[in-house]
Design a protein around this ligand. Structure first.
Ligand SMILES: NC(=O)c1ccc[n+]([C@@H]2O[C@H](COP(=O)([O-])OP(=O)(O)OC[C@H]3O[C@@H](n4cnc5c(N)ncnc54)[C@H](O)[C@@H]3O)[C@@H](O)[C@H]2O)c1
Length: 309
């Protein structure tokens, strides 16, 4: 039986990934300190360790030989949170990743170490990292990517790196530092106005969590993806924030006011969409869920989880 370790396994993406691994018959251990995750996201039959990847001893205790796959998703999430608490961000995202790689470098028989990085590192469609670079979260995630390269070269850790594009779907709970979709669903359900930061023409690549999980598994298991390359996991389609506001109101069946405020200081990227050709080619993955369908499924989950209990 395959054994997997998922850090951040109680999180929005982690919980869905753990469920997919359990469905496959994998034995799964989760390491999560529950800063933004929820025990409820975990299916039955999982070994759960509450602990911080920023703590060297905790990581050494959990990272014993015998794991076939490691999925390192634990992170202090995300850009705005890192501007408010830069040291916490560094501890979880940079130091935590270093601890995980250091531990993995001493493990025999490990087939894959997957690092969850972010599309925030991919700037505007027509600008590179340097111009878009603006938060501690980007610095700590980029540091994680660089450590991955180092440990691959020096210790032959079978490293894979994915960059996720604006994930949404069941398992993400609304909150101050969470992504736009779940927070807007909550506001529309409560009849509250939506506030667009910017002029609404900014675009993002919203990717349903099932596609994110399938992409994660495909990259982790392809022989071609080991090494320094970074694999974008996103649909390849851009949607403007204004269009998103309308689609969410449609999916919720309610109309609310839409207001505008200036873009946040760190939010420099006007247009973002995944160029996922490399992931399609090397991992044989392709996205399957359209935004309308994904929003409908997310609203259904929100209703069930937050309104009918
Ligand atoms: N959701 C997205 O749109 C998105 C986009 C790009 C990258 N990512 C990355 O994907 C991963 C998963 O994101 P998510 O949306 O599920 O976020 P999440 O906040 O729901 O999940 C992160 C999990 O890590 C745990 N955690 C935080 N700090 C920890 C620590 N120090 N030690 C142990 N556990 C800790 C949290 O409790 C949580 O369960 C993260 O690495 C994130 O940076 C997410």
């Amino acid at each position: 039986m395959k054994r997997a370790l998922v850090t951040g396994g109680a999180g929005a993406i982690g919980g869905n990934l753990v469920s997919a691994l359990v469905r496959e018959g994998c034995r799964v251990t989760v390491l999560d300190d529950l800063t933004s995750g929820h025990r409820e996201n975990l299916p039955k039959g999982v070994r759960f360790v509450k602990g911080d990847v920023g703590d060297e001893k905790t990581v050494a205790r959990v990272l014993k030989p015998g794991f076939d796959e490691i999925y390192h998703l634990a992170a202090f999430f995300a850009n705005q949170n890192s501007c408010d608490f830069p040291l916490k961000d560094f501890r979880a995202n940079a130091l935590g990743t270093m601890h995980m790689l250091e531990g993995a470098s001493r493990m025999r028989g490990l087939k894959s170490f997957l690092f969850a990085s972010t599309s925030s590192l991919t700037g505007d469609l027509d600008a590179g990292l340097a111009e878009g670079f603006s938060t501690p979260y980007m610095a700590s995630k980029f540091t994680g990517e660089l450590y991955c390269r180092y440990y691959r070269r020096i210790s032959a850790v079978p490293v894979r790196t994915v960059r996720y594009y604006n994930c949404y779907g069941p398992g993400e709970w609304p909150g101050r530092y969470r992504n736009v979709i779940i927070n807007w669903i909550e506001r529309v359900m409560k009849g509250e106005p939506l506030t667009i930061t910017g002029d609404g023409r900014e675009t993002r690549d919203f990717t349903f969590v099932d596609d994110i999980v399938a992409g994660t598994l495909a990259v982790a298991r392809s022989k071609k993806t080991v090494g320094p390359r970074v694999y974008p996991v996103g649909t390849g389609r851009e949607t403007s924030i204004k269009a998103l506001a309308a689609m969410i109101q449609d999916a919720c069946g309610r109309t609310v006011d839409v207001r505008f405020t200036p873009r946040r200081g760190w939010d420099k990227t006007l247009r973002r969409r995944a160029d996922n050709r490399l992931t399609r080619r090397d991992a044989g993955w392709s996205p399957t869920v359209g935004l309308e369908d994904g929003l409908r499924r997310t609203v259904a989950w929100y209703r069930d989880r937050f309104l009918s209990r």
